[in-house]
Design a protein around this ligand. Structure first.
Ligand SMILES: [Zn+2]
Length: 262
């Protein structure tokens, strides 16, 4: 049930037998030239629609902006930062808590949001509530290892195929990563914004745009190229993710709530 479609009496009635609320959280950020900026929101939104068809959990409006500082610089990308997302989620979840919700399912579309979501989860836990961060793309890769992938690669491209194939700009699918060693030849670019030194990754936060002109950065054309994605993959994966969330919601509903603590 989408909260936006309900009246307050329906919410009050729901709270007499359930205290679970699902909140999709996404991001507005570059995912490579072949993908829409809203990728991390569009996919959780589609999964939420499948969830809505499958059970009666209350689904709050999606949080469309997230923490994505490293991708700023790609025109159209907007980050509200880790602190901004904490403030926003704390306000939203705090209001729902005051009304009686105690089980918060965050359907997350973007890895950069995790720090903020977990911080709010700790805060809710101390108030005697649970928050679960459901990172759909990591769950998908754990359930089906052949789907494993990252930002803008085959996995997420398949996700967008499952939303609307016309959103994929197929003329850019064949582009290689084009990773640049923007720091120095001695400190080549590694995974995401790491550099590699003596065979190990060292984090050096910087703009992704200085590493690549494209930005999908799946780090492995070999394992997760966008060209691997298909409409069939997307159409199988997103309903499966919805099934997972529905089952998780039932299991969490059976779990006793934590005691409030300091
Ligand atoms: Zn993404």
């Amino acid at each position: 049930m989408f909260l936006e479609h309900m009246n307050y009496l329906q919410v009050e009635e729901y709270l007499t037998h359930d205290d679970t609320i699902l909140i999709p959280v996404g991001s507005l950020e570059n995912h490579g030239k072949h993908m829409p900026l809203g990728t991390d929101t569009l996919i959780p939104d589609r999964i939420a629609k499948y969830i809505e068809e499958r059970c009666d959990v209350v689904i709050a409006p999606t949080v469309n902006y997230g923490a994505t500082d490293d991708l700023e610089g790609f025109t159209g990308t907007v980050s509200i930062g880790v602190d901004g997302l904490i403030a926003l989620l704390k306000t939203i979840c705090g209001k729902f808590y005051d009304y009686g919700f105690r089980r918060f399912l965050i359907l997350n579309g973007h890895g950069g949001n995790s720090k903020s979501i977990d911080s709010v989860g700790q805060w809710l836990y101390r108030k005697g509530a649970y928050l679960a961060r459901l990172d759909w793309w990591l769950i998908a890769g754990e359930i089906r290892p052949e789907w494993r992938g990252g930002h803008g690669g085959g996995l997420e491209t398949a996700g967008i195929y499952g939303v609307d194939p016309s959103l994929i700009k197929t003329e850019y699918l064949e582009l290689s990563e084009g990773i640049k060693n923007d720091v120095s030849d001695e400190l080549p670019s590694g995974n995401w914004t790491n550099v590699v030194f003596k065979g190990a990754n060292v984090a050096m936060p910087r703009a992704v745009r200085s590493i690549t002109d494209n930005g999908w950065l799946a780090h492995g054309m070999a394992t997760d190229p966008p060209t691997k994605a298909t409409v069939e993959w997307g159409n199988e994966m997103l309903p499966l993710m919805a099934d997972y969330v529905v089952d998780f919601r039932e299991a969490l509903k059976r779990a006793p709530l934590p005691k409030a603590c300091k």
